[in-house]
Design a protein around this ligand. Structure first.
Ligand SMILES: *[C@@H]1O[C@H](CO)[C@@H](O)[C@H](O)[C@H]1NC(C)=O
Length: 494
């Protein structure tokens, strides 16, 4: 009997009762069996748990680890319209498959906001005789919902999308509506991969405008529209510029989007030898304002696209986007030439003085002065990936900044707006204006610091009689002020 009371309470509570008044001996045996069984189950449990954990570590953890690397891949896996809802309902029309449809992201409530739309058109055909993109309908149907005039059954009277921005002479574009089915399949060439209609933006072929504005906008449009970037074709509405700089950008940076070279629309369309060329997906993306201070609003949320575009360029050149240098290197940009004019334009006026100052103040840091246009693209990328602090004038010459390694710092020259405010850019009078600040502020992998200017002693005119501080002035760096920025950068990178 006493053993009943010496049993530990832990066992007591869970010990089996004898429901049928079995003998104590039997009870003892059952109890022993039960304990054995319990330890057996416990053992099996432990083994199973270890096994499941092992599987988790081997399989699931590994696939988690791959996720960040696979981000660029995701674009190519993104859904596109072939997997969209397609339910015949109204199609009492003859040959329902031969009509067009479209979808957009952007402003569908104001017919005038052509610069704020990006769209994909499905089953749209180019007529090589009429030189039109035909959109086939059985009857005029609603396209836009204008807040002033109500439903609109045209592509905003031919001003549906913009091929370039107002600043560069806005060119409106829209497909031509035809109230008829598309030509029969045997009369057409059908293109299955996404085709992009494009026109280069800036008049001059600057690095910033062509690569980061034009190509960058095309790259972003695939994310924004959920279309497939891989194997796409970019078609220049007119003629692919023969300009050497454009050709270089096309060859070195365009492969970040697709391996197909940019083609000129008409010869490409005529090359198929049929009157009609039909597109499963034709993509047209109005270019947004990318760089101005005002863009700091419209660029919100585009950070990953900007970063992935940078990575895609680096990967094409076989450079690891995650590479980080292990020693400091300061690069000062020497802008020796300008695409705009022969003489000096928007440089660091006292570059030699700056170079000497940095050498004597940071004797242990490698300091290099670089004229970027004397280097190949690959050399530029490698130099930038090894740089921890880049000091540069603003403008096109600063556009290697995205290729800085993680946690690098940029020091970019501002300009003084003075009595020449440009409110549409987000620049008011008498401000230290950061020319591309609205863009640089949306890169998370490097940090931009601005060398601000407020005083006449902070700049020099580029030529006698100049009056425009944005276009025609170079920055005179004050050594104690740049030292302050460099020391802050060094501290941030400790
Ligand atoms: C800009 O500064 C100048 C010089 O101080 C001054 O005369 C002018 O009124 C200022 N303009 C504005 C819009 O603040």
């Amino acid at each position: 009997m006493p053993d009943k009371y010496t049993r530990s309470p832990r066992h007591r509570s869970s010990s089996p009762r004898s429901p049928h008044g079995k003998s104590p001996n039997f009870m003892q045996n059952t109890k022993r069996q039960w304990y054995n069984q319990r330890y057996f189950i416990l053992g099996v449990n432990i083994v199973c748990t270890l096994f499941v954990n092992l599987i988790y570590i081997l399989v699931i953890r590994r696939s988690h680890k791959q996720e960040p690397v696979a981000t660029a891949q995701k674009i190519d896996d993104s859904p596109h319209l072939h997997s969209a809802i397609h339910i015949p309902y109204l199609d009492l029309r003859p040959e329902p498959d031969r009509f067009s449809n479209f979808r957009c992201v952007g402003d569908m409530n104001d017919k005038l906001k052509l610069e704020a739309r990006s769209c994909v058109f499905n089953n749209i055909c180019y007529d090589t005789r009429a030189n039109t993109f035909n959109y086939y309908q059985s009857k005029p149907s609603i396209i836009l919902f204008d807040k002033n005039v109500g439903p609109i059954r045209t592509f905003a009277s031919g001003r549906f999308l913009a091929l370039n921005r107002k600043l560069f002479g806005l060119e409106a574009w829209a497909p031509t509506i035809r109230i008829t089915p598309a030509p029969k399949e045997e009369e057409v060439t059908r293109l299955k991969n996404v085709h992009v209609l494009y026109k280069h933006s800036a008049r001059e072929f600057s690095f910033g405008h062509i690569v980061f504005e034009d190509f960058g906008n095309i790259f972003n449009s695939f994310y924004r529209l959920g279309t497939k970037m891989k194997n796409s074709v970019i078609m220049h509405k007119y003629v692919v510029p023969e300009d050497e700089r454009f050709q270089n950008f096309e060859k070195e940076y365009r492969p970040a989007i697709t391996s197909n070279p940019i083609v000129s629309l008409k010869p490409y369309m005529n090359s198929f030898g049929k009157r009609y060329v039909c597109f499963d997906q034709l993509q047209v993306s109005s270019p947004p304002v990318p760089f101005d201070p005002i863009a700091t609003v419209t660029n919100q949320g585009k950070e990953d696209m900007f970063y992935q575009f940078r990575n895609a360029i680096l990967k094409y050149h076989n450079i690891d986007p995650e590479y980080v240098p292990t020693k400091h290197k300061i690069i000062i940009t020497d802008k020796k030439r300008s695409n705009f004019r022969k003489g000096r334009k928007r440089v660091i006026a006292n570059l030699d003085e700056l170079h000497l100052f940095l050498k004597s103040n940071y004797p242990d840091i490698d300091i290099e002065v670089i004229a970027w246009d004397e280097k190949t693209v690959k050399e530029q990328l490698l130099l930038t990936m090894d740089c921890t602090i880049m000091i540069t004038p603003c403008g096109g010459v600063s556009f290697n900044l995205p290729f800085l390694p993680h946690n690098a710092h940029a020091i970019v020259m501002d300009y003084f707006s003075g009595d020449q405010p440009e409110e549409w850019r987000g620049v008011m009078a008498n401000q230290s204006a950061s020319m591309e600040g609205g863009y640089w502020n949306h890169f998370w992998h490097f940090k931009t610091m601005y060398y601000q200017v407020f005083d006449k002693s902070d700049w020099e005119w580029d030529f006698e009689g100049a009056t425009n501080t944005r276009q025609d002035a170079s920055i005179v760096i004050k050594m104690e002020r740049i030292k302050d920025l460099i020391d802050t950068a060094l501290e941030q990178m400790e």
